[in-house]
Each structure stands twice: as C-alpha cells, then as structure tokens.
Write a protein that binds this ligand. Structure first.
Ligand code: ATP
Ligand code: MG
Length: 426
C-alpha cells in the first residue's frame, strides 16, 4: 500500500468537532463590525512579493525568513500573504477607495508564515483584521480599542486579556531615537546576543522586542522612546490615554512595545493574555500613516489591527461554547418504507413553515433502537416518531429526549407544525 499523503506541517484541518468556536467567533465579529459601521473586504491570498517587501520592510522577521514565496509560470515572484494590511492598502488604492474618502474596512482569512509550529503559532493561521483610512485623530484609535474590548466581552474572555499601548512617535522622531539606541547598544556590544547584533545594523528598535532573558536588564536601561517623542505625537498619545480613562478601559503603557513590522508610527497596541504560554499576543495593531503613500497613493492616514483566531479560540471557555451551542430541535425517526416517504414530505412542510427549525431526518432505515441511538447522539431535544401505528392513524409521537422522565405524547400529524412552532419559541 502506498504511504498516505499528510497535510503540510503547521497547516491544520479544522474539524467538525472544533468548528463551533470558529463559527461563533466569526459570526460575533461580523455582527460587531456591522454595529460599528465597518464594511467587509475580501482580498486575494496571493500577491506580488514586492508588495510585502515594500510595506512590511526588508529587514523584518516576516520578509527575511517567514514568507512563502515562489515564481509562478510567468516567472513573477508571488507570495502567500503573511498578513492582511499590505493587501488591504493595495486593494483600496487600486480600486480608488481612498479618493477623499474615509474607509472603515474589515477582513477575515488565512495568512501564511514559515515559522516553527507550536501552540498558538502555525504556518497557516487565520486573522480577523480591521483597517481605517483617512482619519487622523486619537478618537479613531480609541474606537478600535473599544470595539476589540467589546468583542472580548461578547466572547466572555475579557478577564483573560490585558491591553498594552505605546507611541512610536513620528518617523522623524523615531529616526533620532534610533540613532540614540544605536549609540547605546553599540557601547554594550559584548552584551548583545547574535540576533540583536544583527538588528543593531538593520533594525535597532527590534532589539527592544527581544524575548531573551539575558538581554532584559540591558534593554530596561536603554533610552526610552517616550522621552523622545515629537510634541504632536505626545499630544496624540495623551489624548488617547484620556479617552481610554474616560471610557473605563484599563491599559498598561509598555515603553518597549515596538511591533515587528516597519510601517507603524504613533499609537501601537496589543491585547495580551497569560493563558496562552509563550504566544501571548491575541491582537495587535496601530497607526501606519505613511504606508499608503509608500505604496504609491496620496498621503493618507491609517490605523488598524489584526487578531489571531487560533489564539482567540484557545481562550474560549467550555461553558461559553456549551451555552452557545445550538442543539437540533428534533430528530425524525421513521420505522417503515411508507413512513420514510411520508416523513420526508412532512419534514419539508415543516421547514417551509419554520425556516429556523433545526430538524435532522434519519437516513438509512434500521430498527427503533438504532434510530433512537442516532437521535440521542445528535443532541436533538425531541425525537419525532413515525411508526406503523402512527402511520395508520395519521399521527406522530413526540418524545422529549432531554428531560429525565423522557415523557412522550402522540398528536395528529397536521397539528405537528403548530406544536413545534410553540416549542421553538419557548
Ligand atoms: P508574534 O508576536 O506572535 O510573532 P506578530 O507580531 O508576528 O506576532 P502580527 O503580525 O502582529 O503578529 O499578527 C497579529 C496577530 O496574528 C498576532 O497577535 C497573533 O495573534 C496572530 N499571529 C501572528 N502570527 C501567527 C502564527 N504564526 N500563528 C498563529 N497566529 C499568529
Ligand atoms: Mg511573528
């Protein structure tokens, strides 16, 4: 026998037994976005490689070592998208969505990064993302934070996540600060690990992001970006904090929060959790006022975030999932060939009458005992039984499967619709 083909490492099937959490998260998010007035956009999964190189930055982890890049048959270099922001900006520009317009957009879908797979870190993972174009003030930054906070509440995980914020200042202020950092870390060359030595030359801000415990005291003593912000960014940040205070959102200012992508400026934020092990960041975002211009558009301010669905789903409580699970209303059991025919017709009539009815119809025949077993396994609240007696009398027996005494009653088939209507609505 030939060896069976396996999925690619770090790329997972999402099985029926796991799907409930996914559907729940997606539908709650979709409703939430609608309620805040955001529109969905869907972008292709593959883009020109240059799009990501130009936006995310040549010397970031993503571009240096995580992208799935290949030449297509025409010899163009293409890349499976590692994130959504660059594609979203590209799509908005290409389709003229940014001509003197404000856009509030969201998207959902798979992203691809060649990382070492572990809990909360995969090679194909899924993000929900939001991007807002054309708004400059801290009021929109705070709206994004408020709507994520509401999302956690709706999913009942608000006790498990904490907000961290920081400001990266203007590009000019960051450049000045960058020079200061290079001076500081250069003076401590021998204390730097290999990654940091490399970053010192390419992207010194990322040294602040190092998770290496031996680097922590050196990092703690480094000059702080917050002490070198330009006055406008300082003002923006203090207004943001005032909004958050006013709205009752708790946050921690983390002066070392720098984010791994090059395009951010001013506000950056992360929602982090202690319940996820090493992969603690559930949601991350910030302002990227320069990116639209960098990708060929007119100067357009922008802010957004992306959250990792796998990590979010790891945080969901069992009780919450159980409470949100929709049990089928009924399972239809039919005990003769005539009953099978009549049952199909009846089931379709009931669906016409009650589109929200969740009715499983047994297929494949079998004894009462085996059909009851299937009914029970389906989690249905009721079994509807069409046996020989019921068929002879044009009746149906209704058995409650979820009550201790499993009481049952027999009613006329033409009264079943009415009966179920009442049952669904109580
Ligand atoms: P990390 O710190 O985990 O490397 P990142 O800074 O690379 O995250 P972003 O590019 O900001 O992540 O992506 C936003 C969110 O997407 C993350 O906060 C995380 O929840 C999720 N995410 C990123 N990479 C992965 C991955 N490889 N597997 C699963 N989720 C991921
Ligand atoms: Mg990463």
């Amino acid at each position: 026998m030939s060896k069976s083909i396996q999925a690619i490492r770090g790329m997972n099937d999402i099985l029926p037994s796991e799907i409930q959490g996914w559907q729940l998260v997606e539908s709650v998010f979709q409703e939430l976005m609608k309620s805040y007035g955001y529109d969905e956009i869907r972008m292709p999964i593959v883009e020109m490689t240059s799009l990501f190189k130009r936006s995310i930055g040549e010397v970031t982890d993503i571009v240096e070592k995580e992208m799935y890049t290949f030449d297509d048959r025409n010899g163009d270099s293409l890349t499976l998208r590692p994130e959504g922001t660059a594609s979203c900006v590209r799509a908005a520009l290409q389709n003229g969505l940014l001509h003197n317009q404000i856009q509030k957009l969201w998207y959902a879908g798979p992203m691809f990064r060649h990382e070492r797979p572990q809990k909360g870190r995969y090679r194909q993972f899924h993000q929900l993302g939001v991007e807002v174009f054309g708004l400059t003030g801290p009021d929109i930054d705070v709206e994004l934070i408020l709507l994520t906070a509401r999302f956690w509440k709706l999913l009942e995980i608000d006790q498990k996540v904490e907000l961290e914020i920081n400001s990266l200042g203007s590009n000019e202020a960051r450049q000045t600060y960058r020079d200061l950092l290079v001076d500081y870390f250069s003076a401590h060359q021998d204390e730097l690990d290999d990654d940091s030595k490399r970053r010192l030359l390419t992207n010194p801000l990322r040294i602040l992001d190092s998770k290496n415990p031996e680097m922590q005291s050196l990092i703690a003593a480094a000059p702080k970006l917050s002490e070198h912000l330009d006055p406008e960014s300082k003002q923006h940040f203090s207004e943001l904090c005032a909004y958050l205070d006013q709205c009752g959102i708790k946050y921690r200012i983390n002066p070392r929060l720098v984010r791994g992508l090059d395009y951010y400026n001013r506000t950056v934020f992360e929602w982090v959790s202690n319940d996820l092990g090493a992969q603690g960041t559930v949601c991350a975002g910030g302002r990227y006022d320069g990116l639209v211009k960098q990708l060929g558009g007119r100067e357009t301010t922008a802010v957004g975030f992306a959250l990792g669905m796998e990590r979010l789903i790891l945080l969901l409580n069992e009780e919450f999932l159980l409470k949100s699970a929709q049990q089928p209303h009924a399972y239809l059991i039919m005990l003769s060939p005539e009953a099978q025919l009549a049952g199909r017709v009846l089931a379709e009539q009931l669906r016409d009458q009650y589109p929200s009815l969740c009715l499983h119809v047994h297929s494949g025949g079998g004894s009462m005992k085996s059909q009851m077993k299937r009914a029970d396994k389906s989690q249905a609240k009721l079994a509807l039984i069409l046996g020989e007696d019921e068929m002879a009398m044009s009746q149906v027996t209704i058995k409650n499967l979820r009550e201790a005494d499993q009481n049952q009653e027999t009613i006329a088939q033409d009264k079943l619709g009415q009966w179920l209507g009442k049952f669904i609505n109580t």
